[in-house]
Design a protein around this ligand. Sequence first.
Ligand code: ADP
Length: 451
Amino acid sequence: MSPIQFRISLVILLVMAVSGTSFGVAVYNFLQVKSIHEDIRTSYLVRNKVDSIYIRKDRKNITNELQAIRESLEPEERSLALSDIIQSYTSNSWSLLKRRIKHFEKVEAKYIEFLLPKAEYLEKNILYYFLISSITFILGMFFLREYVAKAVFEPLLRVTTKMMDFLNGKYSYKFEVPPSNELGDLQSTFNSMAQRVLHNMEELEHLDRAKSEFLNIASHELRTPMTSIKGSLGLLTSGALGDLDPEVQNMIGIAESETDRLIRLINEILDLAKIEARKMPMKLSWNRLDEVIQESVNGLNGLCKSSGVSISCANLPDYEVNVDRDRIQQVITNLLSNAIKYSPKGKAVEVTVEQDGPGPLFIGIRDYGKGIHPDEQAQIFEKFRQATNSDNPLVKGTGLGLAIAKAIVEEHLGHLGVQSDIGEGSTFYFTLPNWRELSNNESQESQKEAA
Ligand code: ADP
């Protein structure tokens, strides 16, 4: 048996022994009192029966009844006195019978006198033992409760607190000297488990750092030659080195756009590595949201023209947001360019800004493309994930844009999500919690400037 279990069992056994024995004695005394009262009652009944000798006519019955009673009378003095009565009754010696009845009554009175104080004494005992039994039971339970609280609940609470601390990243998990009982075992197991988790975490961090460093170095090393390849291809397509055969010009154009794609991929990998390593601090400042959106829209004029999709962002409300302007523009540009890429020709992409009470601002970008299957809606925010809707040959992506946008929005304590129905299109939205309304003066001034 384990130590705590043994001690609890010992306390329960002690309590049961003392309280149970006292209770048993009280019950025994009670039964004795009951039998004394029974005796007293029988004595009165016998005396009544003896008195009825004079009035009853059924002599034979009376004699049988008295003989039956005599058998059970104790002590012997009583049964002798009753025998004498029966004897004088059957021999019709009436004067002797009268004297013997008197004698019998005296014997019975003496017997009752002997019984009454005994009953009184036993009654007191019942009370006494019952009290001892109740008090030991209550005290025993109280000590048991205290012991369980001290030996079980308090140490358990300490283990729970340490576990919660561990969960919250406070690594004060070690217990000084775990006691040698079940809870001590639990504490030691938790110590070893926590040490193993920490060890694994360190190893994972080390691997993650190594992976990021490798990606960083590889991407840096790739970016320089890629940029110079792009420059050279640019020189060729611009005709600076002489006119080219149209077929060659076409091939070099393809090579140039593929180089652009590779450079974009490299830049996105580098961006993501920086955000994940928390090496991209956000330079927060208050900016007019409509301006931030408008600049992103202007940057996409070329894509709009080539794909025949327009962007509508009229009547944006006057809000200021505390953001890293370049990074939030990167998010908006990514969402807008996706919306354009997945919209059919001739459709518009809509930008809206909504706000409900004191909560965050909702910036939504809606397109009327094919929409995204519900099973894929959560996955597209993961790195290198693309949905299976890209049957448009113009759509060539890296699967990194949304992962980067999500990381940037979360750095601003916001949330990036999508609401999409197949055949109806998609609305990508992100929230910005840090916003304020533009003061009237400021908005009037900017309106004048615009005029
Ligand atoms: P990329 O566009 O470079 O592939 P993203 O991370 O920006 O990478 O997008 C991931 C995937 O999400 C895309 O490949 C596409 O399948 C899906 N997607 C994103 N935006 C939309 C949209 N507006 N409509 C439909 N699908 C979209």
